[in-house]
Design a protein around this ligand. Structure first.
Ligand code: ZN
Length: 543
């Protein structure tokens, strides 16, 4: 085998992940002079758009970052996955990733790695280095670090340790609640730096990742304060939200200093971009109108919603108002005996499954009808128009084997069709009102994901001032090539060799095999599933 180590161009690498970051937001903030460190990296390094996965969802995109493979290979498309055999939804975790991650590949080659708060790393894997799981950690009582004793050090050194979103609704608190929420974000950002410093001292690293998850959450919650119109409409709130980004930039500055001390090349990236959420597409309402989906009695619907509302208001666990079923039935009581197709879960895209005989426990669609029904639904969904603008609700409705060029046999759990809404819309599972699209009320504008994320790289050999357009799958092969390692030939991404002067030399090695499916015990207990559902629902991820 060729020795590729001579091709190595980086002594060490620090990757800073800004979840959901977009130049649409960061550009104006930098123009105001509020993010000098990021601006400096862009000026002195290469930068550009980093295109996300399809769908542009956090778990899918970060898994692609970690594996260099698309969702059609690693199989992760959303926070949850639907299990047809049990007709239920389950949260994704580390064990759903069927490919080797960058952390495993580098560990096997004796490089020291570290990962802080990267999504899809719970439970933490054994690596040659350290791993701190992020916001999917059910609670600090669980093991969220590798090695396990790292947890004690974190809780000792950072007594008010934060790792998940703690957004509190401002119904009663008003402005002070809003301030508290923003202060929480800032605290979390600063703690990430502290964590990185502590772990560097204790373990050292060749490649490290520090992820700022809450950048995404600020935008989901505060999108209307980040638009140009906010200058006149909400000047105070805009300044307050901008101050979070100032703290983020201070943190980037501190990490740059740490990187310099370690002689590390710095990469900054996001998993997807962000834009306005103008409305929610409700394909289950369409399926109901067309007679493919039936709900149980309206009384059952009403009871489910009231119970859910009471639960949210009281947050009582168990007791008289036990939380209603948080699975597919979560505020949508479906009559499976009369349902031929349903959006089982949604994350920007809608994930449609037929209720197939022999696959789902109560399946009613005969396998001989599978293709014709699937085609009929695709045609109908593509012709659906919203009531307000009379525009197509979905820009594409695709079969996963077309979208990913994968086979159904390898991925029996992928949806039968994937509904891609038009820009500005996000698909939801629930049905509210009597329309294909439920538009955001004026003044209640939220944020949602866009495909266009960010990429910045600065360090030895990286061209200054160069603009690129890359894909998130390109990052892992780039990191491998930078460390002088061969890239597995079947990685979907391509190493970004041209951002280097001279161009990075890339060698390939034979494809990696699928990892055998690990039959892990249930990772999340029922109570933890509920907790995560609540956490993600509060963010508007599960609707
Ligand atoms: Zn994200």
């Amino acid at each position: 085998m060729t020795d590729t180590r001579a091709n190595r161009v980086a002594k060490r690498i620090m990757v800073i992940g800004l979840d959901g970051a977009t130049f649409d937001v960061l550009g104006p903030i930098m123009d105001h002079g509020f993010m000098p460190h990021l601006k400096h990296l862009i000026t002195t390094g290469t930068s550009g758009i980093l295109n996300s996965t399809k769908p542009p969802m956090t778990p899918a995109a970060w898994t692609t970052f970690m594996t260099g493979m698309g969702p059609g290979r690693h199989g992760v498309i959303d926070f949850e996955h639907y299990d047809p055999q049990t007709n239920s939804l389950k949260f994704n975790n580390t064990f759903q990733i069927k490919d080797k991650t960058i952390w495993q590949i580098l560990s096997e080659k004796n490089f020291r790695v570290g990962s802080i708060h990267l999504p899809m790393t719970y439970p933490p894997q054994a690596v040659n280095g350290f791993m701190v799981s992020g916001f999917e950690t059910p609670s600090v009582a669980d093991n969220f670090t590798y090695p396990a004793d790292l947890k004690q050090m974190i809780l000792k050194e950072i007594p008010d340790y934060t790792y998940s979103t703690n957004w509190q609704r401002g119904v009663l608190g008003g402005r002070s609640r809003f301030t508290e929420n923003l202060e929480y974000f800032k605290r979390n950002f600063r703690q990430n730096v502290r964590l990185a410093e502590l772990c560097t001292q204790r373990y050292g690293w060749d490649v490290v990742m520090v992820l700022f998850k809450l950048v995404d959450n600020i935008q989901h919650k505060c999108w209307k304060f980040l638009t140009p119109e906010a200058d006149d409409k909400y000047p105070t709130q805009k300044r307050m939200v901008y101050s979070c980004f100032q703290v983020l930039d201070e943190c980037i500055g501190k990490l740059m200093a740490l990187a310099q001390e370690q002689e590390a090349t710095v990469l900054i990236m996001s998993d997807h971009g962000h834009g306005s959420l103008d409305g929610r597409a409700q394909p289950n309402w369409l399926l109901k109108q067309w007679g493919f989906l039936n709900l149980t009695s309206s009384l059952a619907q009403f009871t489910a919603r009231v119970n859910n509302l009471i639960f949210r208001m009281t947050k009582k666990k168990g007791g008289r108002y036990a939380q209603p079923d948080m699975g597919i039935e979560h505020d949508l009581a479906i009559d499976w005996k009369k349902t031929r197709a349903c959006i089982m879960h949604a994350g920007i895209y809608g994930f449609l499954y037929l209720n197939l005989k022999g696959r789902q426990p109560g399946g009613i669609v005969d396998p001989s009808e599978y293709e014709s029904l699937r085609d009929e639904l695709i045609d109908r969904l593509l012709s659906a128009r919203d009531e307000k603008f009379k525009q197509p609700v979905f820009q594409q409705v695709l079969k996963p084997e077309e979208l990913y060029r994968c086979t159904r046999a390898n991925h029996p759990n992928l949806p039968d069709s994937m509904l891609i809404p038009r820009t500005g819309l996000a698909v939801v599972r629930k049905i509210r009102g009597f329309k294909a699209v439920k538009w955001a009320l004026d003044g209640r504008l939220g944020g949602t994901h866009r495909v266009e994320g960010i990429f910045v790289a600065q360090g030895p050999g990286i061209k200054p001032g160069l603009k690129v357009n890359a894909n998130i799958a390109d990052i892992t092969p780039t990191l491998l090539a930078m460390m002088g390692l061969a890239v597995p030939a079947d990685m979907e991404g391509r190493a970004l060799s041209n951002i280097f002067e001279p161009a990075l030399k890339v060698e390939f090695e034979p494809p990696k095999k699928y990892l055998p499916t690990e039959t892990s015990a249930e990772i999340f207990s029922e109570e933890e599933q509920r907790l995560l559902t609540q956490r993600l629902s509060d963010l508007g991820y599960l609707e």
